[in-house]
Unconditional design. Structure first.
Length: 303
């Protein structure tokens, strides 16, 4: 054990701190917008939007103009219309970004579309302007910083405004048609309702005031006074229950689910929920992991 610790200490001691030099690419003769575009095209995951696949670059639009990059999520039907701007964000560029997004969504309505603006500096005033559109236009703003380390250069992308999503009709509690347990026993079965009860038991292990709320499209959670708290929802079927914790997609969670051998469905990008099939015996088999996911989802939505 001592030798392992000594090796670690030696490794740490060989690392030297180097202060990076921040550089601005606007008007830089060597590293221009095309260079940035090529780096993102080579590895779209740099943007932090998930596992993206490059569909096109410099995409020509019928009425003039070229979309810098078009990417698609590797596992869903969501596409990202990406525009790059060096220097400060400005009004003309956001208009262009939205125009390209609008053209693509009309030409390919079978996909979900998100407009993405990448700029070296996104000002607070600009964020306020973007905020007026968000919720109605799916829009993401990413600030790009460039650093030099000796003879090496690196790009760092930070999401400063994420896409705000309007609630689904079946998640609108005020407009929700409340049902009862009998409705769900008919839609599912008594046995899948028992699985749902077991999942509620895990929830009550850390939040005892919550109970099941039977809605028309899903079974949610609510306090005894009726206040909804849908950090996780349940959709009982005939043979299994779809368990949907609201969590940001991450490699860590995905790895844990895969290693556990749980039946994971496609991640719901729009509403940021994992979708997991749980049959008879699965809750007991995967209880520690399911409890962990619930606690994490509870913490994120109630923080």
């Amino acid at each position: 054990m001592a030798s392992i610790n000594q090796q670690r200490d030696t490794t740490v001691n060989t690392l030297k701190y180097a202060k990076p030099e921040r550089i601005v690419l606007k008007d830089n003769p060597e590293f221009n917008e095309r260079w940035v575009q090529e780096r993102i095209a080579e590895d779209p995951s740099l943007l932090g939007l998930g596992d993206l696949i490059l569909k096109d670059k410099e995409r020509i639009h019928p009425h003039g103009g070229r979309l810098d990059l078009l990417c698609q999520d590797a596992e869903t039907n969501r596409r990202y219309e990406i525009e790059i701007q060096l220097g400060r964000s400005d009004e003309s560029h956001i208009i262009r970004t939205i125009e390209y997004w609008d053209i693509e969504r009309k030409r390919y309505p079978q996909y979900e579309h998100t407009a993405v603006l990448v700029a070296e500096e996104i000002t607070s005033r600009f964020l306020n302007v973007i905020g007026l559109f968000n919720g109605f236009i799916p829009l993401v703003a990413i600030q790009m910083q460039t650093f030099r380390f000796g003879d090496q250069i690196s790009l760092v992308f930070t999401t400063v405004l994420n896409e705000m999503r309007l609630g689904l009709v079946d998640e609108d509690e005020e407009g929700q048609e409340v049902t009862d347990r009998a409705y769900w026993e008919k839609r599912g079965t008594k046995s899948t309702l028992e699985i749902t009860d077991t999942l509620l038991g895990l929830v009550n292990g850390f939040s005892s005031e919550l109970t099941l709320k039977y809605n028309k499209f899903y079974i949610g959670l609510a306090t005894k006074s009726g206040q909804p708290n849908n950090f996780v929802i349940f959709r009982p079927k005939k043979d299994w229950v779809r368990f949907e914790p609201r969590l940001d997609r991450s490699e860590e969670i995905q790895t844990k689910l895969e290693e556990a051998g749980i039946d994971v469905m496609e991640y719901d990008n729009r509403w940021e929920r994992y979708r997991i099939r749980l049959g008879k015996g699965d809750v007991k088999k995967h209880e520690p992991l399911l409890r962990e996911l619930m606690k994490k989802a509870y913490g994120e939505i109630n923080e």
